[in-house]
Design a protein around this ligand. Structure first.
Ligand SMILES: [Fe+2]
Length: 301
């Protein structure tokens, strides 16, 4: 780790060692930042270089302040499914197992599988920022895998399947049933959601628009297979790819502390949330942020 201490401002920035991921910033107050703050360009470069950045000490920031911060970094996303929205701040995607005064508030049990946010959209999400509101006692972590490193280390017998290939990204198997689905058949629900969010193909290997790195852009959460392979071939090849990707040696785990605000680049990272035990409180506020660069080299913006 490379620690840079800027004494005057009492800011410390610790960057990842070469080949590793994860930077840590202490001493920033994100509620004071605007689009023109010099810290914003510094933060974007930290994200591209380190892939995930934790900003410590962001206690008690309000929903509005979190939205303002997202606006300072880039362009906040409003997620396409309104049942995830905070009732007063549609930019805030609420992952939550607690309801407010008996009213449903956000969605529980989100993202507990390897994935990259919104891979199933035509323009996937550049950055994700997350701030925990309640931590479950038993599960205070989010895990990441650097898919640029995985691609660099991918053996030739797997690489030959993904180089130049397109991979199908599909959200429907992860659809969360809502109150409005009562009395609809499973088939109707799936077909309705596929109409709203149809499967889409992206290259299985993408190139980062800033770092130029090549990245294996697949995840066991959203990628259903490679275009052009038979069903049986896909079953075999995707299992071999995911077994290689999800090796413990590639997993970087962030252990949450009170006051953490984390932000990562969805291009090179897949991630997975941890699961709270029944009865434990869990609430996270996520805001997706577009950096308004092409998601990968070759896609229109
Ligand atoms: Fe996610």
């Amino acid at each position: 780790m490379n620690a840079v201490i800027l004494e005057k401002e009492k800011v410390s920035i610790t960057e990842a060692a070469p080949g590793k991921i994860g930077a840590e910033v202490r001493g920033w107050d994100v509620t004071t930042f605007t689009k023109d703050s010099p810290e914003m360009e510094m933060l974007r470069q930290l994200i591209y270089r380190n892939k995930v950045v934790v900003i410590r000490g962001q206690y008690d920031i309000t929903e509005q302040e979190q939205v303002n911060f997202a606006n300072a970094v880039g362009r906040p996303q409003v997620y396409f499914q309104a049942n995830y929205h905070h009732p007063d701040y549609p930019e805030i995607f609420v992952s939550n197992n607690l309801n407010e005064d008996g009213q449903k508030f956000g969605v529980s049990g989100t993202g507990r599988y390897w994935h990259t946010d919104c891979a199933f959209e035509k323009h996937p999400l550049s950055f994700t920022s997350v701030r925990p509101i309640f931590f479950p006692k038993s599960a205070r972590e989010t895990s990441y895998i650097d898919m640029a490193r995985v691609y660099r280390e991918l053996p030739d017998d797997l690489r030959r399947y993904v180089d130049g290939a397109m991979a199908m990204q599909e959200a429907w198997p992860r659809y969360k049933v809502q109150a409005c689905d009562i009395d609809r058949s499973i088939e109707e629900i799936i077909e309705g959601f596929k109409t709203e969010c149809p499967p889409i193909a992206h290259p299985a290997v993408i190139q980062h628009p800033v770092t130029g790195e090549k990245i294996l852009y697949i995840s066991s959460g959203f990628t259903s297979g490679l275009v052009g392979l038979s069903h049986e071939e896909n079953e075999r090849v995707m299992k071999a790819l995911f077994d290689f990707v999800e090796q413990p040696k590639y997993v970087h785990t962030h252990f949450w502390e009170d006051g953490d605000l984390i932000i990562w680049d969805n291009r090179p990272l897949i991630h997975k949330g941890s699961k709270a035990k029944p009865g434990e409180k869990s609430r996270m506020y996520r805001i997706g942020i577009y950096d308004d660069l092409p998601f990968y080299v070759g896609i229109d913006q």
